[in-house]
Design a protein. Structure first.
Length: 58
């Protein structure tokens, strides 16, 4: 472990700031139905499955 620590912290120590952080946008993209549609599909499948199980149980 000491060898790995020395390798990454002493040999590969780069003190330059990351350039890709400056390019990142600070706004979050809005969520629409295309991005969260899978959640609704899973909910519908769960409701359907619960309905089937409740019919079988009673």
């Amino acid at each position: 472990m000491d060898m790995l620590k020395r390798r990454w912290w002493m040999e590969y120590n780069i003190s330059e700031p990351c350039t890709n952080l400056k390019d990142a946008s600070k706004e979050a993209s809005p969520l629409d139905i295309e991005q969260v549609g899978g959640v609704f599909v899973l909910l519908l499948i769960g409701f359907f499955w619960a309905f089937i199980v409740s019919i079988i149980e009673f």
